[in-house]
Write a protein that binds this ligand. Sequence first.
Ligand code: FAD
Length: 469
Amino acid sequence: MTTLVWFRNDLRLSDNPALVAAVEKGAILPVFVLEDPAATGETHPMGGASRWWLHHALKALEKDLGGLVLLRGDARHVIPDLARRVGATGVYWNRAYEPRAIERDSDIKAELKSEGLDARSFKANLLVEPFEIETKAGGSFKVYSPFWRAVQGLTFDAPLARPETIRLADFDGGETLEDLGLLPVSPNWAEGWEDIWIPGEAGAHARLSAFLEEGMAGYGDKRNRPDLPNVSRLSPHLHFGEISPRQIWHAVREGDHGKDGEKFLSELAWREFSYHLLYHFPKLPESNWREDFNAYPWAFSEANLTAWQRGRTGYPIVDAGMRELWATGYMHNRVRMIVASFLVKHLRIHWHHGEEWFRDTLVDADLANNSASWQWVTGSGADAAPYFRIFNPITQGQKFDPDGVYVRRWVPELSKVPDQYLNAPFDAPESVLKKAGVVLGKDYPKPIVDHATARQKALDGYDAVKSRR
Ligand code: FAD
């Protein structure tokens, strides 16, 4: 009797309900399918940074399990074919919530069941599945605060232990990890990332422990400071399911973290909220939640988009963020908000372009979080930031990177510019720039837009949205 365990974004052995249930039945055959967007019609395919992460996460999982079948293609065919080929009696997996995944999984479940197989899915990757809670009036949540209050009122079972023994069924076939071609080759833009990240379950738990010991104290105040080590950086581990939100929830509640711990859990609940939104509004990655935003007069410019992507806008905090992203596959949340606001408001480039670039370059790229966050910043989303709150990239830099540590780390050509002018080198007297060894337009770009003018144009554009109300 063999049960297939179909791993997806749940690349862990502990707190893995599908794995535990399958192991209780007897031998298992663990499988991962790399889907080909050309075959599946996926409109938001995985980006390069995520593929790098996935390679290493699969490597870790294969080692932890003692074997993992790797296949390629459309899971709709690959999973039922594999089940038939090995004579499996069941296929178990943990649920995903992206619209295409839901459709695919229900088709596969129906097909397997029609052939008499025990096809089962489990809750594993969210604290609260989107269909488990509703507002007092009935219906889905559209505002975060009541959602968070509802989550706080719930209790969550203790995480499941890793199975003590796992018996693997024999299988001859499948691809090697190298065959999947997940790593960048030429150029290898991920060089050195192994020193920054440890993908896989062990790395995820090490990250959580380190954060609880060293970063959690002061999280409530310091989580907005990109120059400080007070955020967890658990997002890629969570995205790939190397650690479950339930494991994090219990680890935090069992410690003595007071208000910082609750603040942290409330941030974890933003992830839950994004999934809730995506499930109830499956068009979130493509369409404005608020339809009046369809009237916004975007002003696409290839040159401006490229300057933004490369960290050459002339606004140091924006450029620092975009360079951190390119160099490490990660960007601090505060800076994500600043650079996103800059793209959609100062440059008036549609959030789709930002979502796409983030999806390609973030190791934590996540359809729910990424589309919900871009819509939040734009103002087009549910419970979004008010449009007129246009971040000033100069004062944001001064406020959240007060000593200029973050900007100087990522924009080293400005390292000698004094704090007073660091976030607005274009306002510095020529003598100051000369002393700092900076020629604007040569060593560092002149600003691609003027803040006050861009702000006004963004507000003017918003009139078109308002006229639709
Ligand atoms: P911590 O502060 O340590 O938070 C712990 C966990 O809570 C995070 O790992 C994450 O899972 C969750 N979380 C925290 N803040 C948020 C938030 N605002 N929204 C949703 N979940 C949150 N997050 C992604 O995981 N993937 C994305 O693709 C993504 N795209 C984003 C795009 C934009 C424009 C913005 C503004 C935010 C985006 N975020 C995304 C949300 C947030 O920036 C990251 O989750 C966070 O920076 C991850 O760092 P951390 O793990 O150190 O966070």
